[in-house]
Design a protein around this ligand. Structure first.
Ligand SMILES: Nc1ncnc2c1ncn2[C@@H]1O[C@H](COP(=O)(O)OS(=O)(=O)O)[C@@H](OP(=O)(O)O)[C@H]1O
Length: 487
């Protein structure tokens, strides 16, 4: 084996070595950011497949589809919609999933390889290696590399922390002790310290959930300082506008990054601009910068929920997959949630909503740094890919989704769970809102029925299906026969 590249070396270093390596890695981190990282190179073209029912293998391809994938499934960020397409792809191509015994890998504890069903420590078994690792975990690179090859495609998804906070508050109202005590999200964010105790049950759901899921430690001073040093002095800050894909003013400037990021007060140039620098100290900034540089060295792509379709086109391109492989329906939306209300668009928000958004971003300032960073990376990739090329692919993707929805779904859209009587399609109901799901139209052809089922199956049921396929129940032999066969 040749010498390890700086990128590979950084992958192998865990974030827990932060204290020791900060100086060295900050330099590397900044350099990585300046160069755009080794993964920002131009990617091969996207292939489009037209038929309604995809026909695997029908694509004339100049690149080889990537089939070793690590997807960090972050919470409340659109990750179940991504999971559905991974489940479908792996299912249809006969790939092996690294599955948890139940539905998560020991979350909220850091991922451990021993949690993977059928995992044998290296050299300990003859089972073929896994292709896809994609269920909820707290990321832990060292252990992930025990299960997946280091040249797997690593990707994840982030969401605006304000939208994520709204979603998490409703979903984890009874799970997080901080949320449980708060009468509303507005009350919580007005004075989070009144409700939030670090280390209390489910507290990670209440603050910087993305940062936590990425396995990053909190900056040391956040653990020690009393009060909240990171709340902006003016609660109406920051002024970044984040628009959901396909709505609001984006209709006029569909892919203009300047429509996404309005100038915000920042300390430094570069990717990781923190919205309220006056309240952040240098140690904190270096820590965040280092962490982001580390993530850049590990993750090949980070999708952005607010630009979900644009992200999917880039994903298909990076993986050398067809567009049909990434077309899917939205999963895990809560009735009355962000998607239901159809808006994070600042234009459509009341003054109270805007204040809540600003407070949520400030309270979750590590997530906000992550989000801003990966939003910038996404737009850098979009520019590389070509905006008009991307616009056509996004239009194609949406047309395909609409056609599939009309063809497969009763009502052509997600429905209240009270209409979903078939347990195979009823999403797990949790939290204070209703989780929407799908009812299939009747009279579909056998092939379309199968395809529509795959698209509509919620994550837990799909995981069970893959589990049963990968670990078929062993047939127990009748007693007499087994006696004859045993030595
Ligand atoms: N395509 C797309 N684009 C934008 N947002 C999307 C998308 N798909 C799902 N969602 C929203 O993501 C929320 C669910 O996130 P997750 O699936 O990650 O949740 S979970 O952690 O697995 O429970 C949930 O948010 P809320 O409805 O606000 O709760 C979904 O509506």
């Amino acid at each position: 084996m040749g010498p390890l590249s700086p990128t590979r070396t950084m992958r192998l270093w865990g974030p827990r070595s932060l204290g020791v390596a900060l100086g060295v890695f900050m330099t590397i981190g900044f350099a990585l950011q300046l160069w755009g990282g080794p993964f920002q190179k131009r990617l091969p073209g996207l292939q489009l497949r037209q038929p309604l029912t995809p026909s695997p293998g029908s694509t004339v391809s100049s690149c080889l589809p990537r089939q070793r994938l690590v997807f960090l499934k972050t919470h409340k960020s659109g990750s179940s919609s991504v999971l559905n397409l991974l489940h479908r792809y792996g299912d249809q191509h006969g790939l092996r999933f690294a599955l948890p015994a139940r539905y998560q890998f020991g979350y909220p504890r850091l991922f451990q390889a021993s949690r993977v069903k059928g995992y044998r420590p290296q050299g300990g078994g003859t089972k073929p290696p896994f292709h896809i690792l994609c269920h909820h975990m707290r990321f832990n690179l060292k252990e992930v590399l025990q299960v997946m090859p280091s040249d797997s495609f690593f990707f994840s998804i982030v969401r605006d922390p304000a939208a994520l906070a709204r979603s998490a508050f409703s979903y984890y109202k009874s799970t997080s002790s901080a949320f449980r005590k708060a009468p509303s999200l507005a009350a919580f964010l007005a004075n989070p310290r009144a409700f939030y105790r670090p280390g209390a049950r489910g507290d990670h759901y209440a603050r910087n959930l993305l940062w936590f899921d990425f396995g990053l430690p909190v900056p040391p001073e956040m653990k020690t300082k009393r009060g909240n040093p990171h709340l902006p002095r003016d609660p109406s800050l920051p002024q970044l506008n984040v628009l959901p894909s396909g709505s609001g003013p984006r209709a006029h400037h569909p892919l203009d990054p300047n429509a996404v990021f309005h100038p915000a007060p920042t300390v430094a140039g570069g990717h990781s601009q923190i919205s309220s620098p006056s309240s952040l100290d240098l140690g904190s900034l270096s820590f965040i910068q280092w962490s982001l540089a580390w993530l850049d060295s590990v993750f090949d792509l980070v999708l952005v929920a607010e630009y979900f379709d644009e992200s999917l086109v880039l994903l298909a391109d990076a993986l050398c997959w067809g567009l049909d492989d990434v077309v899917g329906f939205m999963h895990n939306a809560q009735a009355g949630g962000e998607q239901g209300r159809g808006a994070v668009s600042n234009g459509g928000l009341t003054a109270e909503d805007r204040q809540l958004t600003a407070r949520a971003r400030a309270w979750n300032h590590l997530d906000w740094a992550l989000y801003v960073h990966f939003n910038h990376s996404l737009w850098a990739r979009i520019n590389q890919y070509g905006q008009s090329r991307l616009e056509s692919a996004v239009a194609e993707l949406r047309a395909r989704r609409e056609a599939l929805a009309k063809h497969c779904l009763e009502g052509g859209e997600a429905l209240d769970p009270k209409y979903i009587t078939d347990r195979r399609f009823r999403p797990f109901q949790f939290g204070s809102g209703k989780v929407l799901g799908y009812v299939l139209r009747s009279g579909l052809s056998l092939a379309d029925q199968e395809e529509c089922e795959r698209l509509a199956t919620p994550e837990l049921q799909y995981k069970d299906k893959l589990d049963a396929k990968q670990f078929p129940p062993t047939v127990s032999l009748p007693l007499k026969t087994s006696r004859i066969l045993s030595p």
